[in-house]
Design a protein around this ligand. Structure first.
Ligand SMILES: C[S@@+](CC[C@H](N)C(=O)[O-])C[C@H]1O[C@@H](n2cnc3c(N)ncnc32)[C@H](O)[C@@H]1O
Length: 259
């Protein structure tokens, strides 16, 4: 039976690829890689990081099949779920076509861990449902950026007796307004923590380009740390050509004093 491997490769550094992921990488006949260069500035740096990971863990040649990534309709936020589902279906059609044209076992190299803010599992399920190619697939976990953030700051992500919410920048204002008090925020190119009504009531632990040579960290009371974070973020982007950041926000006990 043809095999598809969805392989978490960690957040960017070859040392953070697990032995299981490295073995799966070596078992794939080729990697199917969406080409996002048309709509994402700075993907070259990410591609280079991925290539470095392959060079380190695959002795000899490896094969990449690039698939043009379908356009995503970002103009109609009112029907966000529908827009994402349409995009997944278009991506599934493109993967299906590539798999018909290229026989063999396929590997998907997923940044971080495939279970967190990544659509590969959903899209592969759609390829199966479309019915033109049949295969078994499995998922190899990877180190997620939020785990690396926690390790770099020597943090336990849940505070004693509290829950942890993992959310996006887009949802942060609503989640904070609804009372969430311990949140990991991902996918926040706009640094939406700047819009929280009482920044002195929060502590932030922030990390950008974790695992890369340009890795940067900052932490402190949100109102005091923000200026630094904004300028470091700009510096990281200029140096690396890309920036991805993740942060933990924890509400301080009332009065906004540090613990
Ligand atoms: C599409 S999500 C993918 C998350 C990924 N599956 C994971 O487990 O980390 C991309 C977001 O993950 C976070 N991220 C990914 N890699 C990162 C890194 N090296 N440093 C900091 N944040 C990162 C950022 O919040 C970024 O916007």
């Amino acid at each position: 039976m043809r095999r598809v491997r969805i392989i978490g490769i960690g957040p960017g550094h070859p040392d953070q690829v697990t032995a299981e992921a490295a073995r799966a990488m070596n078992e794939a006949d080729y990697f199917l890689v969406p080409d996002k260069s048309a709509d994402h500035a700075g993907t070259d740096g990410l591609l280079r990081a991925r290539e470095e990971i392959c060079r380190r863990h695959i002795p000899g040649e490896y094969r990449v099949v690039t698939v043009r990534d379908p356009e995503r309709d970002r103009d109609d936020p009112s029907d966000y779920r529908r827009a994402v589902e349409d995009w997944h279906e278009a991506r599934a059609a493109a993967y299906e076509q590539a798999m018909l044209e290229h026989p063999g076992d396929v590997g998907f190299l997923v940044w971080g861990d495939p279970s967190l803010y990544d659509s590969t599992i959903r899209v592969v399920e759609r390829v199966l449902a479309r019915g033109a190619v049949s295969f078994d697939y499995d998922v190899i976990p990877g180190v997620s950026s939020l785990q690396l953030l926690a390790a770099r700051h020597r943090l336990v992500l849940n505070d004693i007796g509290t829950s942890l919410m993992v959310t996006t920048g887009r949802r942060l204002p609503a989640e904070a307004a609804a009372g969430a008090d311990n949140l990991v925020v991902m996918l926040d190119g706009a640094l939406r923590c700047r819009t929280l009504p009482a920044p002195s009531a929060w502590h932030i632990w922030w990390g950008a380009n974790l695992g890369s040579p340009e890795e940067a960290l900052a932490s402190g009371r949100l109102d005091e740390a923000l200026d630094d974070i904004v300028s470091v973020r700009t510096r990281v982007k200029a140096a690396a050509g890309w920036v991805m950041d993740t942060y933990l926000l924890r509400r301080l006990p009332s009065g906004g004093t540090e613990r």
